[in-house]
Design a protein around this ligand. Structure first.
Ligand code: SF4
Ligand code: SF4
Length: 137
C-alpha cells in the first residue's frame, strides 16, 4: 500500500500557501475557495495551516494509521510537489521532518518494494475484472 495512505503527517506541519489563481473561484476545478483563507495580496492558504497548531481542513486522517485528502484531485500545487521519501529514488526533507514530528519511522527504499512487484507484473489487474483489450482492427 502507498505509505501516504497510512500517514498524513505532512498535512499537519506546513503552511499550505499558493497563488490565488489556483482557487476554483477563478480556475474551474481548482482548490475549493471555501476551504481557503487569504494570506496576503497574492496568496491564499488552506484553512487550518495559517498558524500552529497546523492541520489542514481538508485532511481526513488518524495520523500514522489512515489518511486521505478530501480534495485530492483539487489539492494545491504545493501539495503535489511534496514527494514521499524514496518514492522517486531519493529522500524528501519535508516528508522526513513531518514523519519525525509524529514519531513515525522515516520511509526507506524498502517501503516501495510493493510497487516494484506490481510494476513487474505483466498483468497487474488481471483478476477477471479488467476490461478486455480493444479488438484489433
Ligand atoms: S509525510 Fe511523507 S509519507 Fe506521510 S503523507 Fe506526507 S509524503 Fe506521505
Ligand atoms: S490539501 Fe490535501 S494534500 Fe494538501 S495539505 Fe490539505 S489535506 Fe494535505
Amino acid at each position: 500500500m502507498h505509505p501516504c495512505l497510512t500517514c498524513g503527517a505532512c498535512c499537519t506541519q506546513y503552511r499550505v500557501a499558493f497563488h490565488w489563481l489556483e482557487s476554483d473561484e477563478v480556475t474551474p476545478g481548482g482548490v475549493p475557495a471555501a476551504l481557503t483563507e487569504r494570506l496576503d495580496a497574492h496568496r491564499l492558504c488552506m484553512r487550518g495551516t495559517l498558524a500552529p497548531p497546523i492541520r489542514c481542513v481538508a485532511l481526513d486522517a488518524e495520523i500514522g494509521q489512515r489518511s486521505r485528502c478530501r480534495i485530492h484531485p483539487q489539492r494545491p500545487s504545493v501539495c503535489r510537489e511534496v514527494d514521499a521519501s524514496w518514492e522517486f529514488g531519493k529522500p524528501s526533507p519535508q516528508c522526513d521532518k513531518a514523519r519525525a514530528a509524529w514519531g513515525l519511522p522515516l520511509l526507506t527504499p524498502a517501503d516501495w518494494h510493493w510497487r516494484d512487484g506490481a510494476g513487474n507484473d505483466p498483468q497487474p489487474d488481471d483478476d477477471d475484472r479488467s476490461p478486455s483489450p480493444p479488438l484489433a482492427a
